[in-house]
Design a protein around this ligand. Sequence first.
Ligand code: DAT
Ligand code: MG
Length: 143
Amino acid sequence: MAVERTLSIIKPDAVAKNVIGEIYSRFEKAGLNIIAARMLHLSKEQAGEFYAVHRERPFYNELVEFMTSGPVMVQVLEGDEAIAKNREVMGATNPAEAAPGTIRADFAKTVDENAVHGSDAPETARAEIAFFFNDDEICPRTR
Ligand code: DAT
Ligand code: MG
């Protein structure tokens, strides 16, 4: 199994619900190490650029509004197959279709406010990590 890094965001709805710790616990139980983390309130420019791939989608403006509606926690997760493992722990994009016990099933109700983001492939993971973190802000385990 390959050790990977992925970018995770705890979105404004989940931060507002005070479940940062519960979501971190899901990562830890899945063997995903948090090797960088920061809380920030995204600007419209930052959220728009982060989700630029969805610019032509009908929900883009709503998505940018939501992502800037309150603070988010961003973190880099590292572990075996971290990209797929994080997506598994997150559950399906639409919480109504998310498997029981996943973050989105347990902490979200609708597709437009679905608690967490996770990178979907190695190239997007690299770009999304670099979007939020400098190399010297990433702290891999040494013990
Ligand atoms: P994911 O976040 O699971 O990678 P995505 O990349 O397809 O999903 O979409 C990014 C975000 O956009 C998603 O987390 C929530 C929002 N979104 C996606 N489809 C939507 C829809 N049909 N209506 C409203 N928001 C949507
Ligand atoms: Mg996506």
